[in-house]
Design a binder for this molecule. Structure first.
Ligand code: NAD
Ligand code: WQD
Length: 352
């Protein structure tokens, strides 16, 4: 079976994607610094798969290292050759993702996200690996008031994090254009990935600031924080709170497998695809839904609007659906149930 190199594979979306890759029989080489994750996510994957009768022995190579260090990346490619399990494709998750931190410390965001990706591409070129799926973000788009965002819409990020993602997309496009008969590149723009694997054995465990709405909801539900501050009640939406496109992390993970299969099957190309459900949910709707499905209370208070927020950020996912044949399968109820199951089973995330 094929060997896939997954940078940031121990993280939230990376771990769910590694699980699916292994389930499909692939070998995974993971490079992660664990700056925002734990090795335990990978041990848990083996447990989930063992329950399904899949043995991961000789299938997972977990390397601690930094994408900022070219040698760390080269070592992984070298190891795959020595093991006679040469890397065929890369899925590139590793990077920093806090909008707030990127404003405070743009240097480490540009260095890690852009610098790390340049190191990765240099190494891929050296080892003649020309297939890559990259984690981009809906944050690259200029917001629109009410309509869904599609891949041809204008991109104007409003924070350094978003700038790094758009810059990487441009760099990848230039790379493709330099040898269009060789490179197969997909930039996947995720909307709001949330939830957890249905087993409750892997999920989101942010180690630094957790500013996002969904992890804060699970923290309130478990009593770790008292209430949610809802940022604004006067947005031009049906209930006055912002609307987002929350997508189950397993649907996002599946999107990667579909994108990779498509890239390998079709001629070399550069693709940009939205990964979202196409359905908008307001902050209040998400809270109410979480309360109802899990029979818990989520106290909230209204606060000022958050700087840089937009009223409506929802994907037009028709392009991804039509070319990949990928259709998000899970509902908002699944998202609320699975995320809560993960939190209940792991009140301290991956720490004991
Ligand atoms: P995450 O923080 O859980 O995963 C990122 C992984 O990369 C972590 O395991 C972290 O330890 C690792 N990492 C960070 N810097 C590294 C470095 N220098 N070298 C090696 N490893 C490093 O985040 P996630 O939510 O799984 O996101 C994965 C990717 O998807 C990121 O690139 C993120 O920007 C992008 N993305 C995430 C979201 C989201 O809402 N979660 C939305 C859009 C895009
Ligand atoms: C969702 C909604 C808030 C927290 C971010 C990044 C984006 C992508 C996904 C990486 C908004 C409201 C939030 C709270 C609230 N990540 N909210 N109270 O801002 O849509 O997207 O994560 O690429 O790039 O920008 O997600 O979860 O922070 O916010 O009322 O305590 O919840 O105003 O409307 P966002 P979020």
């Amino acid at each position: 079976m094929k060997s896939i190199f997954v940078t940031g594979g121990a993280g939230f979306i990376g771990s769910h994607t590694c699980l699916l890759l292994l389930e499909k029989g692939h070998i995974v080489f993971i490079l992660d610094s664990f700056i925002n994750s734990s090795e335990k996510s990978i041990t848990q994957i083996s447990i989930i798969l063992k329950d399904k009768g899949i043995d991961t022995n000789g299938k997972i190579y977990l390397c601690k290292g930094d994408i900022n260090n070219l040698e760390d990346i080269e070592k992984v490619f070298q190891m795959s050759i020595e093991l006679n399990k040469e890397i065929e494709s890369v899925i590139h998750f590793a990077g920093l993702k806090s909008v707030f931190e990127s404003v405070i410390n743009p240097l480490i965001y540009w260095d890690t996200n852009v610098g790390g990706t340049i190191n990765l591409l240099k190494t891929m070129k050296k080892f003649k690996c020309r297939n890559i799926v990259f984690s981009s973000s809906a944050t690259v788009y200029k917001s629109k008031l009410k309509s869904e965002l599609n891949e041809n819409d204008v991109c104007v990020p409003v924070n350094p994090y978003g700038d790094t993602k758009l810059t990487i997309e441009k760099f990848l496009k230039d790379t493709y254009k330099s040898s269009p008969n060789e490179w197969r590149i997909a930039c996947l723009r995720y909307f709001n990935p949330v939830g957890a694997h249905e087993s409750g054995l892997i999920g989101e465990d942010p180690l630094g600031r957790a500013d996002n709405l969904y992890p804060r909801i699970t923290k309130v539900a478990s009593g770790k924080i008292d209430s949610i501050k809802i940022f604004g009640s006067d947005w031009p939406t049906k209930d006055g709170t912002c609307i987002r496109d929350y997508i189950h992390v397993m649907d996002v993970a599946e999107g990667h497998l579909y994108a990779l299969n498509y890239l390998i099957k079709e001629k070399p190309q550069f693709l940009t695809l939205n990964l979202g459900t196409g359905k908008g949910t307001s902050v209040l709707e998400l809270i109410r839904n979480f309360e109802k499905i899990n029979n818990v209370r989520i106290p909230f208070i209204f606060d000022e609007r958050r700087l840089g927020d937009n009223a409506y950020v929802v994907a037009d996912n028709s392009y991804a659906k039509s070319i990949l044949n990928w259709i998000p399968q899970r509902t908002l109820n699944d998202i609320c149930r699975d995320g809560w199951n993960w939190q209940l089973k792991n009140p301290n995330g991956f720490s004991v």
